[in-house]
Ligand binder design. Sequence first.
Ligand code: NAD
Ligand code: IPM
Ligand code: MN
Length: 359
Amino acid sequence: MQADIVVLPGDGIGPEVTAAAVEVLRAVAQRYGHVFRFEHHLIGGAAIDATGSPLPPETLAAARRADAVLLGAVGGPKWSDPKAAVRPEQGLLAIRKALGLYANLRPVKPHPAALGASPIKPHLLNGVDLMVVRELTGGIYFGTKQRSSESASDLCEYTVAEIERVVRRACTLARERRGHVTSVDKANVLETSRLWREVTTRIVRDEFPDITLEHQLVDSMAMHLLAKPREYDVIVTENMFGDILTDEASMLAGSLGLLPSASLGEGRVGLYEPIHGSAPDIAGRGIANPYATILSTALLLRHSLGLESEARCIEKAVGAALDAGVFTADIAPAGRGVSTQAATGAVLAQLQIECEPVV
Ligand code: NAD
Ligand code: IPM
Ligand code: MN
């Protein structure tokens, strides 16, 4: 197959981890006889520095033409002045919105070999396999913002249609998994959450009667997620709750550097990125964990290109690298980890073993 992949490295460790992921995609292409064409474009702080805009029109146009987009991360101290007129993060929000990517899939499945990296007791982690479906283009992130010298406000708004489509996506995913959906809200306080709960209940009752639905308030959910993570299958929630709960969930896997994501809409193009940020504290040192971005390429192959065995081959190769104890500092015992390049090299070596060669 032939596919056009737009790569948006962004800032901080973004270029380091996307370079690793592109190497893996090239190896998969070679192994399976595909042609992947890569086009690199600017986003975030790097784009602000070069063009003044965090999402230059050429970047968005290229993303719209592509079969899939692979993104590193945006942001960093250089652009973090609270008084700054433009911010790197606006570029990321804008591309998600422009491409209509309302469903952000964030799978969390701790790997047995990396359980030691988690601060959670291993017996709680065995068998954990959950999927957070985070609403990505609505809520408080996109409501009207106001600022005066004396006050500030961010409006949180959801329409019925916005809730329906992401809940449908979550239920459809649950059907292919264990058939259980946990919807997370703050319905005891927020009007948007009461609407969320009402719509979710109706969609499941009318369209997914085979799915079991449970509602959970976000504050206690933050606790349950660590206390009994095995009980969850699909978790669906609004934009900001999903952002926060998934950074928390990364501690089940052991590191932010292990969690991939897929952002999907009704359109053709999907965007794939690790859930972590630009990690300014370790950027430029060649020690970032590339596995989250490499695992995001597996999601890209699965969801945008329909290449399931290639996707599995990447997942198996990362698993085998972990089994072999190839750990970057974020997951290594006593922080004595290998470089980004060495971890990538281990995945590339495992690909040769795990993937079906072309016949
Ligand atoms: P962060 O995710 O960048 O880093 C949090 C901690 O996790 C840091 O200690 C970092 O070193 C570590 N970490 C993250 N990814 C890692 C990896 N692959 N390997 C090893 N360690 C890793 O969060 P932050 O420090 O709160 O934010 C930094 C910047 O990133 C901010 O400007 C923020 O807006 C931005 N950000 C961007 C995205 C994105 O582009 N999708 C996501 C989150 C944060
Ligand atoms: C993420 C990030 C972004 C978000 C920021 C950088 C806008 O934290 O992708 O998780 O909050 O969505
Ligand atoms: Mn986040």
